[in-house]
Structures are given as C-alpha cells and as structure tokens.
Design a protein around this ligand. Sequence first.
Ligand code: NAD
Length: 338
Amino acid sequence: MGSTVLVTGGAGYVGSHVVAALAAAGRDPVILDNYANSEAGVVDRLRVLTGKSIDVVEADIRDVEALRRTFHDHPIGAVIHCAGLKAVGEGETRPLAYYDVNVGGTFTLAEVMGEAGVGTLVFSSSASVYGQPDSLPVPESAPLRPQGVYGRTKRTVEDFLRDLGRANPNWRIAILRYFNPAGAHPSGRIGEAPRGRPDNLVPLLCRIASGEFAELLIYGSDWPTPDGTGVRDYLHVEDLARGHVAALEHLAGAQGALTLNLGMGRGASVLEVVAAFERACGRRIAKSFAPRRAGDVAASYADPSLAERTLGWRARRDVDIICADAWRWQLNGGRYTR
Ligand SMILES: NC(=O)c1ccc[n+]([C@@H]2O[C@H](COP(=O)([O-])OP(=O)(O)OC[C@H]3O[C@@H](n4cnc5c(N)ncnc54)[C@H](O)[C@@H]3O)[C@@H](O)[C@H]2O)c1
C-alpha cells in the first residue's frame, strides 16, 4: 500500500484530527470535502500543524466524476471515509439527504475505489447503530437496533461494506463504531467547530463557558444512573484519530471486513463531564434540567477489548484531558473563520 491516504470529510471534526495523525505517522493525506459542515480554514491550520502541503479536493462524495479525477490525480493507496451528515435530529426531517449522502455517497466511493483497484477502506460508523443496549459494556456482537434515520444510514452502510468484503477478498475494510468523540488537538489549533448551537455536550460547554450561550439544559435527571443524568463513553478525538492509523496498519495484512468499537470502555455522566469542564476552565457552568428526550438512552459505553486485541489500540485520555484540550481550543477562538 502506498503512503497516500484519501480522507473524505477530512475538513470536518474527526477527519481533521485523522489527517493530523496520518501526517504524524508519515503518511500523505489528501482531503476530499465539500465543506457542507466545515470551513476551508482548517486546511491552512493542518498545513502549519503537520508541516505538509496537504492536497485538497473540494467535491461532493456523490460526484462520481470528481472522485474518478481524484483517484487519477493522486496515488491513493487507501481511503478513510469520514464524509457524511451526522445531526441526529436533522436526520429525522431530511431522510432523503441522509440516505443520499451517507449511503449513496458510500456506494459512489466504493464504485470508484473498485475501478481504481483500491480496496483498503476505513469507515466512520457510530455507536448509534446499537440503539438501546441490553447490557453494558456494549460488545460488537450486540443487536443492531438504531433508533433513528442517522443510525439506520450507518447500519445500512455497514451491511453493504460487510457484503462487499464477503464477495471479494480484495476489499480490506475496517468499520469503526465511534462512541462519543470529544476534545481537541493538544495544540489548540484544530477542534470541533459546530455551526449554531452545538448538539454535543463538550462543545456546548465550551460556548457556555465563553459566554456565547447562557446555560446547559440537561435532558433528564431521573435516568437509572448513579446521579440520574445520562452516561456516555467520551473518547478523546486524538485517541480516535490514532485508532484510524492503527486500523490502516492492521488492514495491510487483513482481508474482508472487520467491525470494531472505539471507545474508552467506561462512561461519564453529564454531571461528571460538567464538573470536569468546570475544573478545566475555572468557571461555573449554569445549568437546569428538562424532561428526558424521546429516543435517548440512559447509559451507553463500549466494550473496546476487540479493538485492543486486534489493533493493539486503547483510548488513553480521560474526561479531564478531553475538557482541558477542548477549552484550550475554545480559548484560541474555537472556530476557523470570523
Ligand atoms: N462526531 C461524532 O460524534 C461522531 C460519532 C460517531 C460517528 N461519527 C461519524 O464520523 C464522521 C465524521 O464526523 P464529524 O464529527 O467529523 O462530522 P463533521 O460534520 O465535522 O465532518 C464531516 C465532514 O464531511 C463533509 N461532508 C458532508 N457531506 C459531504 C458530501 N456530500 N461530500 C463531501 N463531503 C461532505 C463535511 O463538510 C464535513 O467536513 C461522520 O460520518 C459521522 O457520522 C461522528
């Protein structure tokens, strides 16, 4: 496998950290992104951070001709496919867009990879494929019962990729089920830059602590968890990015499709994350409680032991480090533009 790796969605939150990790591992990342949910400014930051002249293709993942040109113009040996739509609520109101980009985009990518003779693929899946888990921690063998459109698009792509891997051993595919990525690069130069009010807890805490939003609304204080608030498996985005590099290295000697959880393997409640964030920023976070939201689950955290056995990978950075790194990014502006 050559050293050039195409990172679709490489301008996004996870993708940008994957690009930095690939460069640090001596690979040559090429980004393909249409900036549907990101800013071109991230690429300048990545070039400074990595000291590499990272190539960027501004294109839609569904644009078959643009993909063909990309594989023609670059000696791509592997693909990390992070491009996609990920707002769980929006998925319910725009199912066509979510299936089109997440599922249709992956079909187009696989078609062009096949034409180009590139069979090594790492795919960004999500713990949302599990829905309400029967027991904790959640192993890869747990039933797949996604609660909404977004999770169902991920399950559909997973099924498709496993079918590809079964049909043709030239495919070497790692399906990575992320739990809750959070935090930022320790340099404070790249991080999560959501538009509008953030959906995710840690970026919302950043914007509350900086005065942009007034308070945190916590959905549910009566979940069957130790403090009554929801428990999730927060995974530092740097650890997640390293997991992609480890998966690529593993695929060099693998065949077919492999599915792995990437998580810390333990949960933190909303109140625990708030406390960690208050320690990191030295400020109080105003908060109030609202009723539970439909579709939410009380607790979810990974059994990441298969990833550890297979890749020799484990997440090392805890919630305190996640919050400290996220806050450093926020102090540097927390955005790529304006
Ligand atoms: N962040 C999370 O909490 C999380 C959790 C589990 C899985 N994931 C998955 O990981 C991947 C990356 O997530 P993220 O948090 O970095 O999201 P993100 O929105 O920051 O990044 C996705 C990138 O894909 C690009 N994109 C969207 N539609 C595109 C299209 N049609 N063509 C080309 N590029 C397009 C966006 O511009 C963006 O840069 C997604 O597939 C997401 O579903 C994310």
